[in-house]
Design a protein around this ligand. Structure first.
Ligand SMILES: NC(=O)NCCC[C@H](N)C(=O)O
Length: 267
């Protein structure tokens, strides 16, 4: 694990986020649901630095997982783990080319004192997992299979959490379609949500990039700069949007959630 970006990391007690810098091969990242477009690796590195700066600017300490230069999609660190309290379940990504990304995440989390476990069966991407209180929604789609859902369900049950499987056919990951506001409202872009009826409170957003926010605390929401109308809508609801430019990652079906893993205070 690379040295933390600020204070010494003796214990995980505050807002800390794992990040992983983009590989020089980021332009070779996977695309599944969208047409491949040229990705500028240098611009991607700049945008990643801007993303990290936005997190740090709102009080988060970022800890870098060791770089995985041989993995084009390594920057999408969210997909390698599901963190529930002090327990970190390492995933088995649905795309075989991404499996080498997982070990480094495990090393970083062990060093931070987490109880690191293996998924044990099936495939699952962290981007398919949306936690809202004790409910853990899991997208059952292209990357996460039934055995992966079942394995996460067993791990979550030990921690008093319930897994709800959600069908996903129109987009890469569940959190490409929907994310949660701090008040538990689920926001999403309707053309890519299979069935909004799965969520107790659903608010449609006007742009695809507006379906994704990262809760930074104190009402602040990290959101892609590609979704200005959604940012306005969130501001109108009393939240504070924090826009970041992530266009090079959007070309690879990435969004704001997938570039970090927030580590919460143990519950
Ligand atoms: N959680 C996420 O939304 N991850 C984005 C992963 C994008 C990457 N190009 C992939 O296809 O795996």
């Amino acid at each position: 694990m690379t040295a933390p970006s600020s204070a010494p990391d003796t214990a995980v007690v505050g807002p800390i986020a794992l990040v992983r810098r983009p590989s020089p091969r980021v332009a070779d990242g996977l695309t599944t649901h969208i047409e491949r477009q040229a990705v500028d690796a240098e611009l991607a590195a700049e945008q990643w630095a801007g993303y990290v700066a936005a997190m740090r600017g709102t009080g988060w300490r970022t800890v870098e997982v060791d770089a995985a230069d041989e993995c084009p999609d390594g920057v999408f660190v969210e997909d390698t783990v599901v963190v529930m309290g002090r327990t970190a379940v390492l995933t088995r990504p649905g795309a075989p080319s991404r499996r080498a990304e997982v070990a480094g995440t495990g090393d970083a989390l062990r060093e931070l004192g987490f109880d690191v476990r293996e998924l044990g069966a099936g495939t699952l991407d962290g981007g398919d997992v949306m936690q809202v209180g004790d409910r853990v929604y899991v997208g059952r789609g292209g990357r996460t299979d039934a055995a992966g859902v079942a394995a996460l369900r067993s791990a979550a049950a030990l921690l008093g959490r319930t897994v709800v499987a959600v069908p996903l056919t129109r987009v890469l990951h569940l959190k490409s379609a929907v994310t949660a506001l701090p008040d538990g409202t689920i926001i999403g872009y309707p053309p890519i949500v299979d069935d909004p009826g799965f969520f107790p409170l659903f608010r449609p957003m006007p742009e695809e990039g507006g379906a994704h926010v990262v809760d930074l605390g104190e009402g602040r929401l990290l959101i892609a700069a590609s979704a200005p109308r959604s940012a306005d809508l969130l501001a109108d609801l009393g939240f504070t949007p924090v826009p970041v430019e992530i266009g090079e990652f959007e070309k690879l079906e990435g969004c704001v959630t997938c570039l970090s893993v927030r580590l919460r205070t143990p519950r």
